[in-house]
Design a protein around this ligand. Structure first.
Ligand code: SF4
Length: 255
């Protein structure tokens, strides 16, 4: 019998998005060896951002999900041997929800573990469909004090806390990330507030305390942006240890 229906092109192959770059063997953004996709575009303006060149969506490289998947497939043996997979970070990946959803969906279809690294500054209804295809969320809670959060990021804290609560409700695995910045996020009440909040969640596998660093400062200069933290010191290892201990005192798996 002759087919009368035209063979439809897979519409998924048309999904494109903007990326800044990829890292093929990342080891710090989730478990194992990871293919890390840095998406372009971010609504936050974090004072310590080490990727200020990721700010504007249309300054990235436009790429099809198909192209990324072809590349990702080459690294499957590394993922399998190390318990790794694919991480989508940025920028803010949830600025391109359909693109990220499709990357994660296609990866999971191939049995590849998916991680989403997000600031959480997003409408929940936009995030929900993406989360269906994410195995682990790295959620950056940059401060618990809303005033400090706004000063640091230029946006409000509430959407991030809402996402954290929702992820707990649906029992999605989460690693919380907190950047310790001397004279900014290191106020005891701020850290304790965050620890108490995280202790109310039931899905947190890890709390990562990341010491502030200035590795991105040169990019700010290149872009002609004013790097306000140039005189801020990096925290000492004992300061970091103290904060890790504070989280541990609340029964949290901090490191
Ligand atoms: S959320 Fe990340 S990419 Fe966006 S400004 Fe902050 S540190 Fe930079």
């Amino acid at each position: 019998m002759i087919a009368t229906q035209p063979i439809l092109e897979n519409p998924q192959s048309k999904i494109t998005g903007y990326i800044h770059s990829v890292e093929t063997c990342g080891t710090v953004d989730g478990p194992g060896i990871r293919y890390v996709i840095f998406t372009q575009g971010c609504p936050l303006r974090c004072l310590y951002c080490h990727n200020p060149d990721c700010r504007h969506l249309n300054e990235g490289k436009k790429i099809k999900v198909d192209e990324l998947i072809l590349e990702i497939k080459k690294y499957r043996s590394y993922f399998q041997a190390s318990g790794g997979g694919v991480t989508v970070t940025g920028g803010e990946p949830l600025m391109q929800p359909e693109f990220v959803e499709e990357i994660c969906r296609r990866c999971q279809e191939l049995g590849i573990h998916t991680v989403l690294d997000t600031s959480g500054y997003v409408n929940l209804n936009i995030a929900k469909p993406v989360l269906n295809y994410v195995n682990l969320v790295l959620l950056d809670i940059k401060s618990f004090d809303p005033g400090i959060y706004r000063h640091l990021t230029s946006v409000s804290l509430e959407p991030t806390l809402n996402l954290a609560r929702y992820l707990s409700e649906i029992k999605k695995s989460v690693w919380i990330r907190f950047v310790l910045v001397p004279n900014l996020t290191d106020i005891k009440e701020n850290i304790e507030g965050l620890a108490k909040f995280i202790a109310t969640l039931n899905n947190v596998e890890k709390v990562e305390i990341l010491p502030f660093h200035k590795m991105g400062e040169y990019k700010w200069k290149q872009l002609g942006y004013d790097y306000q933290l140039k005189d801020t010191p990096v925290p000492s290892s004992s300061q970091v240890e103290e904060v890790i201990q504070l989280f541990k005192n609340y029964g949290l798996p901090a490191e």
